[in-house]
Write a protein of this length. Structure first.
Length: 381
């Protein structure tokens, strides 16, 4: 069986969570099935049969602002030529895209459908996604899903969303969880040199990691943290995807009289540093209004960091009983969880130990094996 994985979404400099899913799944599938091929616009280490599209790489470089549109057009046109040339049995999309008329059996991945909730249950996030892109998603995804041989959802929560939003037969949807990089996210003994670089002290800060987007609910986190009578610091780390929202966050922090000693924003953290920041945090906090999975939850757990996250969408499914769950709409609920970590060290240690065990359930090798078995089943059907 020959599997072609289309990971043209991958950006080698600052990969997002979805891009990491694409990368790690591709690497693991290539270990299981040596005849697998990876289509990319960048070189992929540990994926020997990589087909690099120079045309797409050039287009991304020159027309970076329109990267998504260019990639979608490429998927519907030039990819058809690539498939015809290499003749795979299965074409796999690790992102929320696919071909309208696939020439071979196609499997697509849905990570989340929070953009469909923005006008209804998440009105404060209605402008988070470009209207054109949102409309495009709403109109194209039903056609792509209908023409796919199978669909991968990264959580049971996302699977329920797909069924509710598109009326897809649940038997066509297969849940395959994300994993985490076990070499990077682990307990590290000597983290102080990295923390010194950022001016941090071990155990003296709460950490948020994620893109700066409204559904991440960062303002309520800032408000909750400001309630605490504590000398701890709140660190918000992540790529700035919404400059207006970032300005609002900084304005709230200033209005709540949180000095630089108590609140700091760190833009994208290098891969080699982020695990040390997890390790040094009093707790990791992800109070999102919606997540399709929530990869930082398991990354923090693997680093032995207590996790506080929301009680909605996929977050309680991923966290299990190994995290403090909060009402993301309640500042008081978030503040109470932060306070519990500070006031009850024994409880924090119990959450830490539970998280370390929980993280072991999420391995890329297991996810890739499930995907390979699905591809085999679809190929033989």
């Amino acid at each position: 069986m020959k599997i072609m994985l289309n990971i043209t979404c991958f950006q080698s400099d600052k990969p997002t969570g979805i891009e990491r899913f694409a990368l790690y799944i591709a690497k693991e599938i290539c270990k299981i099935n040596s005849s697998s091929m990876v289509v990319s616009s960048a070189e992929i280490v540990d994926a020997p049969n990589t087909i690099i599209s120079g045309l797409l790489a050039f287009s991304k470089l020159v027309f970076n602002k329109y990267e998504y549109l260019i990639r979608v057009m490429w998927d519907q046109t030039w990819l058809r030529y690539v498939v015809a040339k290499y003749k795979p049995d299965i074409l796999f999309f690790p992102i929320q895209d696919g071909m309208f008329f696939p020439p071979v059996k196609q499997i697509v991945t849905i990570h989340d459908l929070h953009y469909l909730h923005f006008n209804k249950s998440l009105p404060e996030c209605r402008n988070e996604i470009n209207p054109f892109r949102k409309s495009f998603y709403q109109h194209k995804m039903p056609h792509i899903l209908e023409r796919s041989a199978a669909i991968v959802a990264v959580s049971e929560s996302t699977k329920r969303d797909i069924v509710a939003s598109f009326g897809i037969d649940s038997n066509k949807i297969h849940v395959i969880y994300n994993g985490y990089d076990e070499d990077r996210f682990r307990i590290i003994e000597n983290i102080q040199p990295i923390l010194d670089h950022y001016g941090l002290q071990q155990g003296r800060y709460f950490l948020f990691v994620g893109s700066i987007l409204r559904h991440k609910n960062i303002i309520r986190l800032v408000q909750a943290f400001a309630i605490l009578d504590s000398t701890h610091c709140l660190i918000v780390a992540g790529a700035n995807k919404d400059n207006d929202y970032l300005k609002e966050i900084l304005s709230y922090a200033h209005g709540l009289e949180l000095s630089n000693d108590r609140f700091r924003y760190l833009e994208y953290i290098p891969d080699e540093d982020i695990s040390s920041l997890y390790n040094g945090a009093a707790a990791f906090v992800l109070p999102s209004l919606h997540e399709g999975f929530g990869v930082p939850i398991i990354e923090a757990m693997a680093c032995g960091t207590p996790v506080i996250t929301s009680n909605c969408s996929a977050m309680p499914e991923i966290a299990g009983d190994a995290a403090l769950l909060v009402d993301p709409y309640s500042v008081e609920s978030i503040a109470a969880a932060l306070r519990q970590i500070l006031d009850n060290p024994g409880y924090a240690d119990a959450v830490r130990e539970a998280g370390l065990k929980r993280a072991l359930l999420f391995r890329w090798s297991c996810s890739a094996k499930k995907l390979y078995d699905l591809c085999k089943k679809v190929s033989e059907s």
